[in-house]
Write a protein that binds this ligand. Structure first.
Ligand code: GUN
Length: 286
């Protein structure tokens, strides 16, 4: 069994990003990411803080807007529009989930697709589905980079994806399909998940349910990508896969922590850098 070590791959990509941001800065461009956090949900706060710290390490400027839970859509949209219009901002990210009184779709659609480094705007989601150049959501992008780094070609493979969110499952299914894999996407209404996972060469799971995938659910030699993250009562951080038993049967497996998580953060920074480079080439035209 080989560990798919996202932490170490993310660290090496980070070194490359630092070189690239340095070059851009010498040419007068400071890559800049705006991060909007609404409320005080502990998991969202933790993710946002990790993103801010990663920006700091990489020389990416971060404009963090931490807003009160009660903020309305009517107040939030003009803030996004202001960031859209600001030539110094390369990427805009609104941390999800948003509270129920805010319409997430309207907020995501308010972001300029050219600054949508999370890839959640329908413009980018559609292009990702169609296999056209787009900002691709960070988690699926990170999963694909990790598999590629370990020489895993998904073409012709059977892939079971557990979780059908717009953030992870659906864009991951698009990327895998476009790369030639055969995909089953399982979700909350799927009757018997193991009928899909047992026939899969690659199992990707991200639903937030510790221990969902046990050894009996995968075939010998399967590749297992754990996108879940759960805090147990004893404080331990685990994924959705029972690592101890599944790692004995899998050929490759991601650890949690240290697998997909660091790849998500670094992929977001890669997207921000792509946007900053586009700003530079736009500036050069005039
Ligand atoms: N919530 C969970 N994952 C993500 C993500 O990748 N981006 C944003 N904006 N919110 C999230």
């Amino acid at each position: 069994m080989t560990l798919l070590d996202g932490r170490s791959l993310a660290q090496s990509i980070e070194k490359e990003i630092i070189i690239q941001t340095d070059l851009l800065q010498k040419e007068g461009i400071i890559p800049t990411l705006a991060v909007i956090l609404v409320g005080t949900d502990p998991a969202s706060c933790a993710y946002v803080n990790m993103k801010i710290k990663a920006c700091e390490r990489c020389g990416v400027a971060c404009v963090a807007k931490k807003l009160k839970e009660e903020i309305t859509q009517i107040e939030l949209i003009p803030m996004i529009e202001e960031l859209n219009a600001d030539p110094e901002i390369d990427g805009i990210l609104v941390q999800l989930p948003l509270s129920a009184h805010i319409d997430t779709k309207s907020i995501l659609e308010a972001i300029d697709p050219q600054k949508d480094v999370d890839g959640f705007h329908p413009f980018n989601a559609g292009r990702t589905l169609a296999g056209i150049e787009a900002f691709v959501p960070a988690t699926p992008l990170g999963v694909m980079s990790l598999l590629e780094h370990y020489g895993i070609d998904v073409a012709g493979k059977n892939v079971a994806i557990i979780g059908a969110s717009n953030i992870v499952g659906k864009p991951l299914a698009s990327l895998m399909l476009n790369a030639g894999a055969t995909i089953s996407v399982c979700h909350i209404l799927t009757k018997d998940i193991k009928t899909f996972t047992q026939h899969a060469d690659i199992v990707c799971v991200g639903v937030g349910k510790a221990g969902l995938i046990g050894a009996e659910m995968i075939q010998e030699g399967a590749i297992v990508v754990d996108i879940g993250i759960n805090r147990l009562q004893d404080g331990r951080l685990v994924g959705d896969v029972d690592f101890e038993s599944v790692s004995k049967k899998a050929s490759f497996i991601t650890p949690v922590p240290g697998g997909v998580g660091p790849m998500t953060i670094i992929s977001l920074l890669q997207n921000t850098l792509i946007s900053a480079r586009k700003r530079k080439s736009k500036n050069q035209k005039y």
